[in-house]
Design a protein around this ligand. Structure first.
Ligand SMILES: *Cc1c(COP(=O)(O)O)cnc(C)c1O
Length: 419
């Protein structure tokens, strides 16, 4: 019933209770990815509870069934035949690249997208065999790309030249990014002639796709700009494909784009934050389910008298009697120092309470006056009870940053129900 994925060994138990009565087995688990799967009657939640107790402390829980639900929701919006590239850059938006990529591969997404070659190499080490596009390849990473069958994005004439020369005739699938208005990466219209000449001279560069990125697909006020970007892209795509007599995959939509522009799905879409259950548009959408919950615990509880102060710089002040809880998360875990002095709110035993004083490196103090709580109790930083959008807004940022800030020091616990 247990699959220890890292070591690829299986341990079998006849019943759930028998499994629970094997302390040696449980104590032997270190840094494991554990898939627990089975019908309700087996009560595997008992095992999950036992495991959760073991990984006490700060953790990000990822509900893989919600990821699958979100993937299927987006798929249901696609016209037949439209491919999906799932973006798993930045540790799969903080959710754990290998585990998420494995799931996506199992659910047959067509492509994965990462930012750096290193991220792609990690996926290949973890049995990810589907095509992987690398958005920010550098010369130092070329060898790793080739050795791992990773497909770089070529976004400038210089890069096209350098990569073609470096290849010395070896073949490689590549992606062309066109600049259409984001002004980040991409070939300008004035680069097309030179780029085409290089590509004609180097037929070993196989163009797997041509794409561009929308700057404001989430915002209705910017729809004219979005349509203009699409039009520049369509023109560019035509130039390259006619000159080179090829028909590579054409794509431009990110999550917001998929939600808002059915007409621009083209051959593929690039699904990022939506997969993790965050709706990046202001349009109401009840279909997405946030997959990540960030939790920590109360390490200590203290009573403070009027006039007492809390934390560094004495910024937290008790006007009356206060109950303060120290929780096991700080800015080194990705809980931004910007949450200091009441900006941040957390959820404890049914109540939303504020941060008091400054967030420390590994700890934060919260004001739990009037809340029934004891040391060891769970504290939710974000999750269903405290939406990540709200948490992001409280410090003037976006859910993308909150998710990806969560440091790798925070344990990821994966679970799934009903997949
Ligand atoms: C990150 C990224 C995406 C995904 O964007 P979301 O807003 O998370 O859906 C798509 N395309 C490119 C080029 C990206 O960098």
């Amino acid at each position: 019933m247990f699959i220890r994925m890292r070591q690829h060994t299986l341990t079998f138990f006849d019943t759930t209770d028998q499994a629970l009565q094997q302390p040696e087995f449980w104590n032997s688990l270190r840094d494991e990815v554990i898939l627990i799967k089975g019908a309700r009657v087996f009560h595997f939640e008992k095992i999950v509870n036992q495991l959760q107790r073991k990984v006490h402390g700060t953790r990000m829980e990822i509900d893989l069934s919600r990821l699958v639900h979100n993937l299927n929701f987006f798929k249901s919006k696609l016209k037949p035949g439209v491919k999906v590239m799932a973006m798993v850059k930045a540790f799969a938006y903080g959710s754990g690249s290998e585990e998420v990529a494995n799931l996506l591969q199992y659910h047959r997404v067509d492509y994965l997208g990462v930012a750096y070659a290193d991220e792609g190499v990690e996926l290949r080490k973890n049995q990810i065999a589907i095509p992987i596009m690398v958005m920010n390849a550098t010369e130092e990473g070329f060898a790793a790309l080739l050795a791992n069958n990773l497909e770089p994005v070529l976004y400038s004439v210089t890069m096209l030249k350098t990569f073609a020369e470096w290849l010395q005739g070896r073949s490689c699938a590549v992606h062309l990014e066109l600049e259409t208005g984001m002004h980040r990466l991409g070939l300008e219209q004035s680069d097309y002639t030179q780029a085409i000449a290089i590509l004609k001279a180097n037929p070993n560069l196989t163009i797997a796709s041509i794409f561009s990125h929308l700057a404001a697909a989430d915002s209705a006020e910017q729809d004219d700009y979005t349509r203009q970007q699409v039009s520049i892209f369509e023109t560019g795509y035509k130039v390259f494909t006619q000159e080179l007599n090829i028909t590579p995959i054409r794509h431009i939509l990110n999550s917001s784009g998929i939600i808002r522009f059915k007409e621009y799905q083209m051959d593929m879409v690039r699904l990022g934050i939506g997969l993790y259950g965050i709706n990046p548009t202001s349009e109401l959408n009840q279909n997405l389910k946030p997959a990540a919950t960030l939790k920590t615990i109360i390490s200590q509880i203290k009573e403070i008298k009027p006039g007492g102060t809390v934390g560094y710089g004495r910024w937290g002040k008790a006007e009356g009697n206060k109950t303060i809880a120290t929780i096991a998360i700080g800015y080194a875990d990705g809980y931004s120092r910007a949450f200091s002095r009441g900006k941040g709110k957390v959820f404890v035993n049914g109540k939303t309470v504020p941060v008091i004083g400054n967030v420390c490196m590994d700890m934060t103090m919260i004001d739990i006056t009037g809340v029934e709580a004891k040391e060891g109790d769970e504290v939710i930083i974000f999750g269903d009870v405290l939406p990540i959008q709200q948490v992001a807004e409280s410090i003037g940022t976006i859910p993308y940053e909150i998710l990806t800030n969560t440091s790798e020091r925070v344990k990821r616990v994966f679970f799934a129900e009903g997949i």
